[in-house]
Design a protein around this ligand. Structure first.
Ligand code: IVH
Length: 702
């Protein structure tokens, strides 16, 4: 196949007219080959042929910058960059679960359910307990009974299209059996590998001199995310169904019924499952499964308890973290014993110094561990952990491994003392009154802080720039190519004229460099909540960022409000901010501090030149009378708990605040209300009694 027209002119002899034509042809051609490569996995070009096309396109654009097309391969968000799978937005988000570790956590979960649903002591509440499989969750969409799409969980909102791979898994029906299959049916469950299959796979791989997988979970994930489905087909993957996503018609009123339907349609269920009615029942189930853990053919990391009735689930709803109606009860962490070689210090993005244990590598619960966190100096002193000690390390799920205790001190060991200077920039490291962490005061001059901030900025829940890893950030930072976030978006332009372009660097090639630039381009538009989170302001995690985004709606409004907060810690902006439920004076103070720092504003303004921040999406509640309004509850409602009332209000698009202010739209008053009603009256806030609130929920506006 000929890639260039026969008269393929050298770039520096092209006329503008010819260049424009050539750029159009290249855009279409490269798009075609991207699709073959990324989506169909049937590339027709070798890497070097493909790279030649991209190079030619880049060269022509460099000579005729005014002719760069809006659909140019250099600007295009690749069909699916780097990772190679098409992204899929889940119609119903794939949530994760809250965790319980101790029996007391389970008791608290049950009490919370009962409080929320205002159940009396005698009222029955059935939960279904199931093993918690350690694999990766997957959503299977069936249309008219036929598998139409399979997607990984991803970040819960957006996953990856792995349909072609999933079609190779024998446990997964291509066509559902049984009668009454809804037109659209999403089955959710876990893709996993049995322990025996995992061991056999590793044996084969090591016989062939290949790398082995650390555990069945990694093996399952690595096998599912293969660009070539034939590789997936050669791996012994299995599937359990345990939940539904989108369904076009209601299929059951309880989880028990859903399980029966799943089995009829041809799915395997995770067994043993059991319906339990109280704490004693749940705990007995947990203990039994824990005792039988080694006999089960697959790895589990705990059990899951789920409210059985769907109508109750509906009322309970979700928090940002996961459904209120379910919880994972985890098994205790796995432990191992090893030698602590040395204690090193890591500097985080807000300057916190964290002591890290460098360990003689050891396998803990199937995973090799060579580093563990020691949290802070008080913790080390309390446990008297020293370099050279024999220590107990533990690991639970995905959390960072920890040092539990020292078993014996090494010879000539001395107690650890925290440095009073930052190991990276040499600035003073101070510990403020009442704080356990010591912080580097170097701020902007501290390379560790700068790098950590950039790393956070591009991380998955922030700007999510795939391919911009730690190593390359550090390299660019040292060369002053990326010093602040805005520079990331100027990288492609800077790279073009560079003597040491990315594609020539160790570990990079034309294709990976082009993929990285495409991944960066794809993020020039970003949602407000991600943007706020990406800034890495102390204490502003994802949940708080979302809260801020929903409260202020637009970047401009948020920025203006935060400047006002920084300016006056008593003014109306401060009152509004601290009036947001779940935002207190400490978080508000951190926001104020961030916005009081001129350098941070410079970073924001610089970034604003490069990107567009989209307004926050309010929950879909078009015609709710309280959408966008601020509500405060006071006193006791008879029909529902405070928790349910708050959740209902939020699901109608309202914001719920803890105290009455000039920004309050409605005060809902239950029995035995305190002083808030008087304050509301003084401020002219609309006051609703319980019947008015219930009428409003039914859609009769106030
Ligand atoms: S129910 C809304 N049941 O655990 C989430 N999840 O930690 C409903 N998992 O993402 C999930 N076994 O991947 C459920 N029997 C089971 C499970 C299970 C494993 C996984 C699932 C989920 C994760 C949450």
């Amino acid at each position: 196949m000929s890639l260039f027209s026969p008269d393929s002119l050298s770039v520096d002899r092209l006329t503008p007219g010819e260049a424009a034509g050539e750029l159009a042809r290249l855009a279409a051609l490269i798009a075609h080959h991207d699709r073959l490569y990324h989506q169909l996995d049937t590339p027709e070009l070798s890497d070097s042929e493909y790279d030649a096309l991209v190079r030619r396109n880049t060269a022509i654009e460099a000579r005729f910058p005014l002719l760069v097309r809006s659909d140019s391969p250099s600007r295009r968000v690749g069909a699916a960059p780097a990772a190679g799978f098409r992204k899929v937005v889940h119609t119903v988000p794939m949530l994760s679960l809250g965790n319980a570790f101790a029996e007391a956590d389970v008791a608290e979960f049950l009490a919370r359910l009962r409080r929320f649903l205002t159940l009396d002591d005698g009222d029955e509440l059935a939960l279904v307990a199931e093993p918690k499989i350690d694999g990766l969750s997957c959503s299977l969409r069936y249309e008219r009974g036929r598998l139409a799409l399979a997607a990984t969980r991803g970040d819960g909102v957006e996953g990856e299209d792995v349909t072609r791979n999933v079609l190779t898994i024998k446990d997964i029906p291509h066509v559902l059996s049984g009668a009454d299959v809804p037109g659209v049916l999403e089955v959710r469950g876990e893709v996993y590998m049995s322990r025996a299959d995992f061991l056999a796979l590793n044996r084969d791989r090591s016989a062939l001199g290949g790398e082995i997988f650390a555990n069945p979970r990694n093996a399952a994930a690595g096998s599912l995310r293969q660009l070539n489905p034939e590789v997936t087909a050669s791996r012994p993957l299995r599937f359990f169904g345990y939940a539904l996503g989108e369904v076009s018609e209601s299929v059951a009123a309880s989880h028990c019924e859903v399980r029966r339907r799943l089995a009829d349609w041809g799915f395997h269920l995770n067994e043993p499952a059991r319906t339990c009615r109280d704490l004693a029942g749940l705990v007995a189930y947990y203990r039994e499964i824990e005792a039988r853990r080694a006999e089960l053919p697959f790895d589990i990391d705990g059990v899951v308890y789920k409210v059985d009735r769907y109508d109750l689930r509906e009322r309970l709803g979700n928090t940002a973290k996961g459904p209120r109606w379910a919880i994972a009860h985890k098994f205790p962490a796995e432990q191992a014993c090893t030698r602590l070689l040395k204690i090193s210090i890591q500097v985080g993005r807000t300057g916190a110094l964290t002591p890290v244990a460098e360990l003689e590598p050891v396998t803990v619960g199937g995973v090799m561990v060579s580093r563990a966190t020691l949290h802070n100096e008080d913790e080390i002193a309390r446990k008297d952990v020293r370099a050279g000690d024999l220590v107990v390390v533990q690991r639970a799920g995905d959390v960072i491994p920890q040092i539990v205790r020292a078993l014996e001190h090494g010879a000539d060991s001395v107690p650890f003392s925290m440095p009073d200077r930052c190991p990276d920039c040499g600035s003073q490291a101070v510990r403020e009154d009442g704080e356990v962490v010591r912080r580097c005061t170097g701020g902007l001059i501290c390379p560790a802080q700068a790098l950590e901030r950039l790393r956070h900025f591009v991380s998955r829940d922030a700007f999510d720039i795939e391919g911009l890893g730690e190593k390359i950030i550090a390299e660019f930072w040292a060369e002053k190519l990326i010093e602040r976030p805005g520079d990331i978006f100027r990288l492609a332009a800077r790279d073009q004229g560079s003597l040491k372009p990315l594609r020539k660097r160790a570990g990079w090639g034309d294709k990976s460099a082009a993929n990285l630039f495409a991944a960066i381009e794809a993020r020039r538009t970003i949602a407000l909540e991600r943007f706020i989170f990406a800034l890495g302001i102390r204490q502003i995690g994802q949940a708080t960022a979302r809260l801020l985004a929903r409260t202020y709606g637009t970047y401009a409004r948020w920025r203006a409000a935060m400047l006002a907060v920084a300016d006056d810690r008593q003014g109306p902006a401060w009152v509004e901010l601290t009036g947001i439920d779940q935002i207190g004076a400490v978080v508000a103070g951190d926001l104020a501090e961030f916005f009081a720092e001129p350098h941070n504003l410079a970073v924001l303004d610089d970034l604003a030149l490069e990107i567009a921040v989209t307004d926050a999406e309010l929950p879909k509640v078009a015609d709710s009378p309280v959408a966008g309004k601020t509500l405060v509850f006071t006193g006791t409602l008879a029909a529902m708990s405070r928790g349910e009332a708050k959740a209902r209000a939020e699901s109608l698009g309202a914001k719920v605040a803890g105290s009455v202010s000039a920004k309050t739209d409605f005060l809902v008053v239950g029995a035995d209300a305190g002083s808030k009603a008087a304050k509301a009256a003084a401020l002219g806030v609309t006051v609703l009694d319980e019947p008015a609130w219930l009428a409003l929920l039914k859609g009769d506006g106030p």
